[in-house]
Design a protein around this ligand. Structure first.
Ligand code: ZN
Length: 362
């Protein structure tokens, strides 16, 4: 089974420059190839009797080497697999266009969906490091799966860089039939249908308080001054620390879920949690939710368990997990669910988790 993995890179300036250069080469090769292939198509339209054969990716690369590379010295500073892969992607894009499964390929603009692919020896070492051709060793924020892969794609989103690769794994046979429902929240990180509650990192709250205090202390600093800059840096560092703590907790939770259950049931969007608190909590839960789902998706694949994502309109909080009666409304402040029909009383989050479990058990 082929799995995909994507994670953020932790870069220094030199590496960032090298990655930008590679993006430049990939974009240049793509745009050059696109212009050329468009000319060929135009020519063939006008001259139906003397059509030029539409080039393969290999043809395109041969022409690129002969016609372009010698004039563009910066191509030699980058891996030769980068333009090759860009042209292969272009050829695939044309194929999809000819099959009518996609539109005409578009020219790439700098800074918009920058990415490139490297082919060759990609080595993953134990401590959050990955070695790629030409650029060398890159660091990541999270532990990488210990696998073999022969190519990696690096992409940029604003000022963040990501690496992704595919690898083959033998799917672990899971004869675990256990189903677990998970309700994510703000107060507790997660409530499982088993009654287990994952609190989240303890230190998280402590840092959160420190952060508020720091921001309050900074209120009178002159914007742009050295002291202000220093303070901004410290705030940014604390933000990152908090994010990392949360991420680490998420890793533990997702591993626990995927490894020990046959089926994991979650909600599409954490609606209950999202509305429960003020803006900051919303932002944090929002981010965590996507990270939670990303981790859970690949870990479930890895451990051979099934991930069921329940429609976001499923009334997981409003339904009684005992008799199935649906309430009209449930205030967010009500932390305990009380059924008006059967008189069942249960913790609100646990009730939701049990309902999720049930909806994924079919
Ligand atoms: Zn009931």
């Amino acid at each position: 089974m082929l799995l995909g993995f994507k994670t953020e890179l932790k870069l220094n300036n030199q590496q960032r420059t090298a990655l930008m250069k590679h993006c430049g080469v990939a974009r240049h090769a793509w745009n050059w190839g696109l212009a050329l292939t468009k000319q060929i198509l135009d020519h063939n339209k006008v001259n139906p009797d003397s059509k030029i054969k539409f080039p393969t990716a290999i043809d395109l690369h041969k022409w690129l080497v002969a016609l372009v590379k010698s004039d563009q010295q910066w191509y030699y500073e980058c891996s030769k697999s980068t333009p090759q892969q860009a042209l292969m992607a272009l050829r695939e894009a044309w194929k999809r266009c000819f099959n009518k499964t996609a539109g005409t390929p578009l020219f790439k603009k700098k800074g918009k969906r920058d990415s490139f692919t490297l082919e060759g020896t990609v080595k993953i070492t134990r401590d959050n490091k990955i070695q790629v051709p030409v650029i060398g060793v890159l660091r990541t924020y999270e532990r990488l799966p210990q696998v073999l892969t022969k190519s990696a794609t690096i992409s940029r989103q604003a000022d963040r860089w990501f690496i992704s690769f595919r690898f083959d794994v033998e799917q672990q046979e899971s004869n675990n039939t256990d189903v677990v429902g998970v309700d994510l929240g703000v107060k507790n990180l997660a409530t499982l249908s088993t009654g287990e509650v994952v609190l989240g990192a303890k230190s998280y709250k402590k840092y959160q308080a420190k952060l508020s205090r720091m921001q309050w202390l900074n209120r009178n600093k002159i914007i742009g001054s050295n002291n202000w800059k220093k303070a901004q840096m410290a705030v940014a560092r604390l933000h990152r620390k908090i994010a990392n703590i949360r991420k680490d907790t998420l890793h533990k939770l997702t591993t626990l879920l995927a490894k020990n259950h046959g089926t994991v049931v979650i909600e599409d969007l954490n609606v209950s949690g999202m509305m429960a608190n003020h803006k900051l909590a919303k932002a944090i839960t929002d981010m965590s939710f996507f990270e939670f789902r990303r981790q859970l998706t690949y870990k479930c694949q890895l451990y051979g368990s099934k991930l069921v994502v329940v429609d976001r309109w499923f009334p997981s909080s409003k339904t009684c997990s005992n008799c199935g009666t649906k309430k009209q409304a449930l205030l967010l402040s009500q932390r305990v669910f009380e059924c008006g029909h059967c008189g069942f009383v249960i913790d609100r989050d646990l009730n939701a988790a049990i309902n999720l479990k049930r909806s994924g058990s079919f």
